[in-house]
Design a protein around this ligand. Sequence first.
Ligand code: TXA
Ligand code: MG
Length: 337
Amino acid sequence: MSDRTTRTIVIDPQRPDASVLRLAADTIRRGGLVAFPTETVYGLGANALDRDAVAKIFAAKGRPAINPVIVHVSDQQMLRHVVTDWPANAQHLADRFWPGPLTLVLPRTNSIPDIVSAGGPTVAVRMPAHLVALGLIREAGLPLAAPSANRSSELSPTRAEHVEAALGGRIDLILDGGPTPNGIESTVVDLTTSPATLLRPGPISVDELRQVIGWVQMRAAVSSAPLPSPGLLPRHYAPRTPLHLFCDRASLTEAFAKRQPVDCVARVLFGPAEDDDTIAMPTSVNEYASQMYATLHTLDKQGYSRIFLEMPPDTPEWVAVRDRLTRATGGASLKVR
Ligand code: TXA
Ligand code: MG
């Protein structure tokens, strides 16, 4: 796979060029792999109905077969082709949040190959809001299986250059639609349980979900979920450089002062920078999320021995961001103080 030529084509995120979408859709129909921007992160797409095409996604990412992938649809008809059941709760959530960064887990039809759902009885579906993603699905006339376009367990890509660095030579085409607006992966909700279960926190908060469908339980409260959701495994979304999290500025500063002379430590602060050697992160959730992975990608390239990061506050609006940062350290070795 690593001897393929990967072509990158720039595409306008607001008014995607129809001829570029056609070319990308042809690649999908021929069983190829196309990375494309969504409103969350870049996805690595293949025809969700073609098991061999989806197998190429797993090979390119080095993704374990136990991790199912999300299927992206552009309309109700396509949706009905992939799920057997469309309960009222699904309709209410779709009315409110689709197209958008919400993924629903529902029973799958026989059209969905085992490899997409890791052999389980369900499929995760979402209708993305990004015009390049929607345009590509429509033009292909096929549902797209698309995990994030990174190597398995590494940082998600929020820019085409992140995709190129991770998957260049392994995939056919990258549509470069610029930085992705949300910057973190969709909220994943399992609607096959009663009440519904939040599998992965994301841009749509659990409170917003509860306003539409009532009680939603957190996955931690469920001991026998039918399928693991590896996006919730302890180590995921990780930079290569070891990351240490601090719950306040003082503890970060203290640890920094005690570092060994050979230790080259990057400091990522919540709010304004202290000096030229520190990185300031925004204090608004949306801006923070949209910059988070790009900041970690950049630091990874700069050869630091460690990254010290001051955590955003432990309040509901920061749940999804804190979830990704915590997983980026590998839960067990958590350094939150
Ligand atoms: O924002 C997003 O969701 C991005 C863009 C490209 O759409 N995609 C993404 O895909 O983050 P991926 O594969 O990196 O994460 C999918 C998550 C994983 O945690 C996976 O375990 C879970 O969804 N998932 C997929 N199918 C599932 C299923 N049938 N049941 C439970 N969890 C599922
Ligand atoms: Mg991923």
